[in-house]
Design a binder for this molecule. Structure first.
Ligand SMILES: Nc1nc2c(ncn2[C@@H]2O[C@H](COP(=O)(O)OP(=O)(O)OP(=O)(O)O)[C@@H](O)[C@H]2O)c(=O)[nH]1
Ligand SMILES: [Mg+2]
Length: 219
């Protein structure tokens, strides 16, 4: 897959309807300043598509981008930003809860963590939440350019332990030098192709493989 078009659609304080809603969605989640907006820009090769900042807490709304007129990329507001009061934290919690409960089109979440740091309690909670909701996700270790190639695998160990994933499932990413871009494009293609396959199941009206059980009767 290559990204041919990328358009900003809208910013929302409360998740709801927006123009073009209905396409499959891929969400980008992670703590504030981890590099969510930068990843979107690098992926789309558009420097100013999503607003980035060295000051944490830049993205406080749910931002929607439409890529290839085929799917929506959702830039979620970052968590774990120390400088917010209780009220703001509660607002964030509600916004995220509403999003995950209502986004029927959500197909996959990119969970960003900084490759240099152990995941935080917030990262672990997000991870647990996605597992409980049964939402597929991929861990993306950002800012890989900040450490040497040799140090990357070592750095992945505590991340994998905390988030219960295997090292080969993690994408090492850099919005500076493009590390991981091909891998992420391949992942998106896979997720969106599965999407089409599922749709054709519904059109055919055939049962999905998961629905076909042979139950043994207790004797
Ligand atoms: N070296 C390096 N810096 C990065 C990378 N990704 C992001 N940054 C820097 O990290 C800072 C935060 O990046 P953002 O993309 O704004 O982070 P965010 O996760 O969107 O932050 P919030 O919107 O506050 O949640 C900026 O100064 C970026 O330039 C990366 O891969 N490598
Ligand atoms: Mg941001």
């Amino acid at each position: 897959m290559e990204i041919k078009t990328a358009d900003f659609i809208t910013s929302m304080a409360n998740y709801g309807n927006f123009a073009g809603k209905g396409l499959p969605q891929i969400a980008v989640a992670g703590k504030s300043n981890v590099g969510k907006s930068s990843l979107i820009n690098k992926l789309c090769r558009r420097n100013k598509l999503a607003r980035t900042s060295a000051t944490p807490g830049k993205t406080r709304l749910i931002n929607v981008f439409e890529l290839n007129r085929e799917f929506h990329l959702i830039d979620l507001p970052g968590y774990g930003f120390a400088k917010v009061d209780k009220q703001e934290k509660a607002r964030w919690g509600k916004m995220m809860q509403d999003y995950f409960e209502q986004a029927d089109e959500l197909r996959h979440v990119l969970c960003l963590v900084d490759i240099r740091h152990d995941p935080t309690e917030d990262d672990k909670q997000m991870n647990l939440f996605l597992r409980q909701m049964g939402i597929p996700f991929t861990v993306i270790a950002t800012k890989a350019d900040k450490i040497s190639r040799g140090a990357r695998q070592k750095q992945l160990a505590p991340i994998c332990r905390a988030l219960l994933v295997q090292p080969w499932e993690v994408i090492c990413w850099s919005s500076e030098d493009g590390t991981g871009r091909d891998q992420l494009l391949a992942l998106l293609e896979k997720v969106l192709t599965e999407e089409t396959a599922n749709q054709s199941y519904e059109v055919d009206g055939e049962p999905e493989p998961d629905d076909v059980h042979t139950m043994e009767q207790p004797t």
